[in-house]
Design a protein around this ligand. Structure first.
Ligand code: GDP
Ligand code: IMO
Ligand code: MG
Length: 432
């Protein structure tokens, strides 16, 4: 890699749509050039899939750089369920990949998802008249406790005495809240669960680190660091389609704030974009295809949630939403994934603007409530029949798929660096 002009090598990768854009695949592809890959927000609501040969890895917490010779870090802005981390570590060990303090670090301030957070997520979602469709992993309630300054952190998890003391302090309030929500408060002090957490804390003690310090020192030494987002831009808690969002900030600026790295150190911001759009869970999706075609894309793209197994809603490429994602993240380049999925569809439609309140608008209205009322205006392009999954260069693509990519690039005005035509690491090529 050539050293960037800024002198620092800090790359941020985020999802540009509603999650599941193929972040895991692209991070895995690029990680060979990086010394550190760090997750900066979210929790095990994420599901990042990596396919190498016949092996498929589904990662919820461990950053996608782990399969390469890279140190991976979980930052203090993440909410971590230790049971899921333990499962992930043993999944890797079954594949012969050793996870230890040399290749994994977890920040001392990382918030721990407690069993009562999951219970509260379930109870609240059940009682909501209009559902969000959360992943039921306790994410929102773990973040509520972080902001309320009532969280249990990694530093406490790994020290049984501190863990028990903190739980003792928090338990009465949590019990009251669960009772008020119609749940069973016994989960808060369930001895089996507490023992399991203490045990895992002891197991993870060696991983504790100061992520901000590690990353900044690495950058000072001229090392390459990548920040890996979870979820997608329009699920951002501030700028997304509230209330149908997750509980963390998913956009590029959040990587700096959450990892404790100054914005002056960023050299690249890469957006991962699907060649169409999907959404799992509720909320507006203006280009949604509800009929046979939607099902065809769902099947061809294997659009079933990595974390919950739910089917993902599918729609045409939505330019207004992508324009907003480019603004929110400041992308310097885009990786386009799942182009192969559109084979055999004719015509292929691109939503170039919306009709909203009888006017054509090329940028989404600010509120999700208004996005429900946006009617997509499409431009149609001819499709292609040839399978793309063996294509190795841009030149080899069938003419109409090349035109589709060129048209997208013209419309979004950000260079497309990589094109992905299948789930495997090898099914990716540089655009030029
Ligand atoms: P992430 O959450 O952004 O990492 O994405 P997911 O892993 O949840 O979902 C992306 C899915 O698409 C996974 O099953 C990937 O293996 C798969 N995938 C990634 N890129 C491609 C591609 O170019 N073509 C096809 N057909 N599948 C892909
Ligand atoms: P990755 O990292 C897609 C969605 C849920 C729901 C909303 C809130 O794999 O792209 P939450 O459990 O976070 O409170 O749910 O956010 N959601 C995702 N959708 N990909 C994800 O992660 C998601 N993580 C959360 O479906 O609509
Ligand atoms: Mg996913």
């Amino acid at each position: 890699m050539v050293k960037p002009e800024s002198g620092f090598m800090f790359t941020i990768i985020t999802g540009a749509q509603f999650g599941d854009e193929g972040k895991g695949k692209i991070v895995d592809l690029l990680a060979k050039d990086y010394d550190i890959v760090a997750r900066f927000q979210g929790g095990d609501n994420a599901g990042h899939t990596i396919r190498v040969g016949d092996e498929i890895y589904k990662l919820h917490l461990i950053p996608s750089g782990i399969l390469l010779d890279t140190r991976v870090l979980i930052g203090p802005g993440v909410v971590l369920n230790p049971i899921i981390l333990a499962e992930e570590i043993s999944m890797f060990e079954q594949h012969g990949i050793k996870i230890n303090a040399d290749n994994l670090g977890v920040d001392a301030k990382t918030s721990i998802i407690m069993p009562y957070h999951i219970e509260m997520d379930l109870l609240r979602e059940e009682s909501r008249e209009t559902k969000i469709g959360t992943t039921k992993r306790g994410i929102g309630y773990a973040y509520i406790d972080k902001v309320a300054r009532e969280e249990i952190r990694m530093a406490e998890l790994v020290d049984s005495e501190r863990l028990l003391a903190k739980l003792e302090e928090l338990a009465p309030q949590k019990e009251k809240e669960i009772e008020a929500m119609g749940g069973d408060p016994k989960i808060v002090r369930d001895p089996t669960l507490i023992n399991r957490y203490s045990e895992l804390g002891r197991q993870f003690a060696g991983y504790v680190t100061d992520v901000s310090r590690e990353i900044n020192e690495a950058l000072n030494e001229g090392k390459y660091v990548m920040a890996e987002a979870a979820q997608g831009t329009h699920l951002d808690v501030i700028h997304g389609t509230q209330k149908f969002v997750t509980s963390s900030s998913t956009i590029a600026g959040s990587a700096c704030a959450n990892l404790g790295v100054g914005p002056t150190r960023v050299d690249k911001v890469i957006g991962i974009v699907k060649a169409y759009i999907t959404r799992v869970g509720d909320g507006p999706l203006p280009t949604e295809l509800t009929g046979e075609l939607g099902e065809k894309i769902q099947k061809a793209g294997g659009e079933f949630g990595t974390t919950t197994g739910r089917s993902r809603r599918c729609g045409w490429f939505d330019l207004p939403l992508l324009k907003k994602a480019i603004v929110l993240n400041g992308y310097t380049e885009i990786s386009l994934t799942k182009l192969d999925v559109l084979t055999g569809i004719d015509p292929i439609r691109i939503c170039v603007c919306y009709n909203y309140k009888r006017e054509n608008v090329d940028y989404p209205p600010e509120l999700a409530d208004d996005l429900w009322d946006c009617k997509p205006i499409y431009e149609d392009l001819p499709g292609w029949e040839n399978d793309l999954t063996e294509v190795k260069t841009f030149e080899e693509l069938p003419k109409n798929s090349k035109n589709y990519v060129k048209m997208l690039e013209e419309l979004i005005k950000v260079p497309i660096n990589y094109i992905s035509v299948g789930p495997a690491r090898s099914q990716t090529f540089k655009k030029e």
